[in-house]
Design a protein. Structure first.
Lengths: 305, 305
């Protein structure tokens, strides 16, 4: 191995845990560490120690929970925006690392990072477009379109789209503090815990998972018709329930009703290719964060992929 | 003017009418003609005569109603796919022009062309991302993301997303032959005509337009959270009703509830900038088709923008 080849750092800065990694020049992960997300000081401090112990790295990439200001040139670039997470609103997750490590820092959302990781090294390898939905404590979506991650005024906040909510079948009013029964308010892990009184991993009633499959299928349907991605990866803790994705695929076939015909999946085999779990398991986000670091070295003045 | 500068042709091939235009090298429209959409033979023939009378053009761009196969290299590239429009399924809208005119032909959907036209010459000039929703006989959406139009397995079919449908307020079952009460099934001109028994332009009851504003606002909300575009242009015949866009903007402010805070529009002034009518009026689509022609000359082997 070339001793001079650079190493890269990546952080998947999630709302529950931070996954830190150092990777080689090809982006292969060499060391990882999982840090629980507590206060900004403690969490950022622990991540900092991980990278200080593994100097030098050529750049760092951060995929963070959001909403986060990812607009290059904005005065609050790198700051977490309005989050219900106590203590984290307005926290700058970029500057401390840039100051302490003295390297370029790439930034995006955790879900955009996961989409990038899967696109470069997993379920999206060779594809032109890829979307990644996480169904965990919250719901989010990231996507690669035309060779870059999706941004605009800010970044996608797909968990907050509105979907049909049949109040007779599901009288739960929704858990989103902003929208009540948006997608995240109906189908996130937090919503499941509120509706059923127990966390998703302790829920085994088939009707619970039928309802969850309905909402996730509606999300995948809307994403299909909005973005026409070549593949949709569904990750996150709630999506680890083995029965969920098969139920989502089956329901999606019924919901889309074959429209507009092939090339959109119209049969079970094509659907199995179309809606998949993450090929990188729990490492999509941090692998994408490392890709953000590699991109930050290539274009330090436009630190987005 | 430079006599040697090339001219370009563009067609907005809509389901109701085709708008043909010839433009100069800068993309400024020199001549336009509107042809009613009848049978493929008659409509394509009339468009052909328009361009044959205005030879030579360096390239032609076509933005067509869909679904249409826009995948370069596909055996059915340029063919209209499953359309309820009698006589048009499987019609090849590209080859006849390429054969008769002997020039490169660029192709996309009518709404992607409209998004491109507005991005290059209208509401999106200077922006990084732009989405265009048409609310006419049908509902469609096109968008520019990362410097290109959005494609994947096919192209967006945003009219077919599912949105909340309050059956007490609106017992209409929806007009979409595939999905019933998808967005297009609830809010398109065709849906309005079916629900109320008269075409949209003859409907003046304020409650009709309150309901329409609700559905269009839900569409704009979902597009906002899916794509985070910098601006959303709402065009199409139904959207010409002067009261509609102001009502959509007001409703959108309530629906989004300020989430996730600025930079997403949180007040009326920002909202007025965010949701606009087409700056090019009825010419967004054909102006974008001309841009497709210009791009086809630049990259004849990858005839998409």
């Amino acid at each position: 191995m070339d001793e001079a080849a650079p190493f890269f750092g990546g952080i998947e800065a999630g709302g529950t845990k931070w996954v830190c990694a150092v990777a080689d020049a090809e982006g292969d992960l060499l060391a990882t560490e999982v840090i629980p997300t507590t206060t900004p000081e403690t969490t950022i401090g622990a991540a900092m120690r991980f990278f200080e112990d593994r100097q030098p790295i050529a750049a760092l990439g951060i995929g963070t929970f959001g909403p986060v200001d990812v607009r290059p040139g904005s005065p609050t670039y790198g700051h977490i925006l309005a989050t219900p997470k106590p203590g984290w609103a307005d926290v700058d997750v970029v500057s401390p690392f840039r100051a302490a490590l003295g390297v370029p820092v790439g930034l995006d959302t955790d879900v955009n990072a996961a989409a990038l990781g899967e696109w470069r090294r997993g379920a999206g390898a060779g594809l032109g477009t890829l979307a990644y939905i996480t169904v965990g404590t919250g719901i989010g979506m990231g996507a690669v379109v035309n060779g870059g991650l999706v941004h605009g005024l800010l970044h996608p906040e797909f968990g907050h789209i509105r979907i049909p909510h049949d109040l007779e079948r599901d009288p739960f009013e929704g858990s989103c503090p902003f929208h009540g029964d948006c997608l995240e308010g109906l189908a996130s892990g937090a919503a499941m815990r509120r509706r059923w009184g127990r966390p998703a991993e302790h829920l085994d009633d088939p009707s619970v998972w039928e309802l969850e499959a309905e909402y996730v299928a509606l999300a995948v349907m809307n994403l299909t018709y909005a973005l026409s991605p070549e593949r949709i990866v569904v990750g996150g803790g709630v999506a680890k329930r083995p029965a969920l994705l098969p139920a989502v695929r089956a329901r999606l076939l019924t919901l889309t009703a074959g429209y507009p015909g092939a090339p959109v999946p119209v049969g079970p085999a094509a659907m199995e290719e179309y809606v998949t779990g993450p090929f990188l398991g729990d490492r999509s986000g941090v692998a994408g964060a490392v890709e953000l670091a590699r991109a930050a070295v290539a274009a330090p003045n436009s630190p987005r992929f």
